[in-house]
Design a protein around this ligand. Structure first.
Ligand SMILES: Cc1ncc(COP(=O)(O)O)c(C=O)c1O
Length: 435
């Protein structure tokens, strides 16, 4: 058992931060320099954490190296976009082949319809699909078409949900959110959401949610909650949109396929572009055919890079050569086993810690479980998450500042065992403070 720390959380955090600063002088300098030309030295809020983020120089398999020369096993996995790892040979070869044929063709190319076919075949909710450059754009398009299709305005979302930089519903939301009339309901609260749908039925265009909150803490929706939403939106004449930008990786047919609940529209992103910029939205033909440009009343959908050859080629290679259903199922089972091991370790020490999630996505929370909604973790100190990140970095494991852990295909038993052992050593070290 690791030596137990006779410290308070503030002192432990200050010590860990000092060690972090000492180990990352180049990252510190890069951050300072970047601040001259980018606000806070940053162009993507989620990858900032104080005092400065480690800058990554390169990745290979499931490992990354920072510019200070430290090597980590990567449990950030690009917030789920990195499912294939950093150097999957089939994807690298496909991108190189596409590059050789020119990269800005300005026309339909030979990859996009193949990727669309693979994706439509995979996910039960999809009859027709369109590509975008990001998950955010996919959600903007899905919500917008829902409003046009229904002729209604209101958009119901979940407290703690996240659908992109203009769809942030944690805490008090964001002043930058898209200017839709949002109705925010508590996640997994069957009766509150049912009542809100009924109360807003006359002008409710859609309900959009993640079937498991991703950035909101890897909190799965109950089947009862999703089934109620399916039934009530249908009765209200509103569309049900599942944002599976993250969760589609949890089963070969996506989380909605695994649960047997089919939304009207589905949004996708992240790994499906092989690790390159990607988004997609699609669903029932009766809705999506409105985008057919040969129709006199066609809805326009623009995007210079919607069918960019690198993403399309990488996506096809991933789905045809790498991500077989068997492999995806085994991959997620590995995540379930890791999460179970971490929760067993917590229970054995009787600590106020819980790991939520499903399959290859999980989140550590510094509260006693179970965790059913963001409200259940609202009171937890963020300092513990920060300390966990610093302690994991010091042990050679790259992870997010918010406790989210994501697996990638190259993670093998050695990496998962090593991670679990490192986590257990941290629990031992701080156990007296966590009871
Ligand atoms: C559930 C969900 N929806 C949408 C998005 C936005 O995707 P992107 O970052 O590609 O715009 C994210 C990104 O993390 C997400 O987790």
């Amino acid at each position: 058992m690791a030596s137990q720390r006779n410290l308070d959380l503030g002192t432990a955090l200050a010590e860990a931060e000092r060690r972090f600063v000492d180990a990352h002088p180049h990252s510190a300098r890069r951050h300072r320099d970047a601040g001259r030309v980018m606000p806070g030295g940053n162009t993507r809020t989620v990858i900032y954490y104080p005092p400065f983020p480690v800058a990554i120089a390169r990745g290979e398999g499931c490992h990354v190296w920072d510019i200070d020369g430290n090597r980590y096993t990567d449990f950030v996995a690009e917030y789920t976009a990195g499912l294939y790892g950093h150097s999957e040979p089939a994807i690298v070869a496909a991108v190189k082949a596409a590059l050789d044929d020119g990269i800005v063709l300005g026309a339909p190319n030979r990859y996009e319809a193949r990727l669309a076919e693979l994706i439509v075949d995979r996910f039960p909710a999809l009859e027709l699909v369109r590509f975008t450059n990001s998950g955010t754009e996919a959600n903007l398009m899905a919500v917008s078409v829902a409003r046009v299709f229904t002729g209604r305005s209101k958009v119901m979302v979940m407290q703690g949900g996240y659908h992109g930089g203009v769809f942030i519903f944690s805490g008090n939301g964001s002043p930058l959110n898209a200017p839709f009339p949002f109705v925010v309901v508590p996640y997994n609260d069957v009766e509150a959401a049912r009542a809100a749908i009924r109360a807003n039925a006359a002008d409710l265009a859609c309900v959009i949610l993640e079937p498991m909150l991703g950035g909101g803490g890897c909190i799965p929706a109950s089947v009862e909650f999703l089934a109620m939403l399916r039934e009530e939106t249908r009765a209200a004449g509103a569309l049900l949109i599942f944002d599976e930008v993250m969760t589609s990786r949890l089963a070969p047919s996506g989380l909605h396929g695994a649960l047997g609940i089919v939304p009207d529209l589905l949004t996708l992103g992240k790994y499906l572009g092989g690790g390159l910029s990607f988004g997609a939205f699609g669903g029932a033909a009766r809705i999506m055919e409105r985008f057919d440009p040969s129709r006199p009343d066609a809805l326009g959908h623009a995007g210079t890079f919607n069918n960019n050859v690198l993403t399309m080629a990488a996506g096809v290679a991933g789905l045809t050569q790498v991500l077989t259903p068997e492999r995806l199922i085994a991959f997620n089972a590995g995540g379930d086993a890791l999460r179970a091991r971490m929760n067993d370790a917590i229970a054995a020490r009787d600590l106020a810690v819980h790991v939520s999630g499903r399959g290859s996505m999980m989140n550590v929370h510094f509260v006693r479980g179970p965790v059913r909604s963001p409200a259940d973790v609202a009171s937890a100190s963020k300092d513990w998450l920060k300390l966990l990140q610093l302690e994991m970095l010091a042990r050679g494991y790259y992870m997010t500042f918010r406790g989210m852990l994501v697996l990638s295909l190259p993670h093998g038993p050695a990496e998962l065992d090593g991670f679990a052992a490192a986590f257990e050593s941290i629990l031992d070290e701080y156990a007296p403070l966590l009871r």
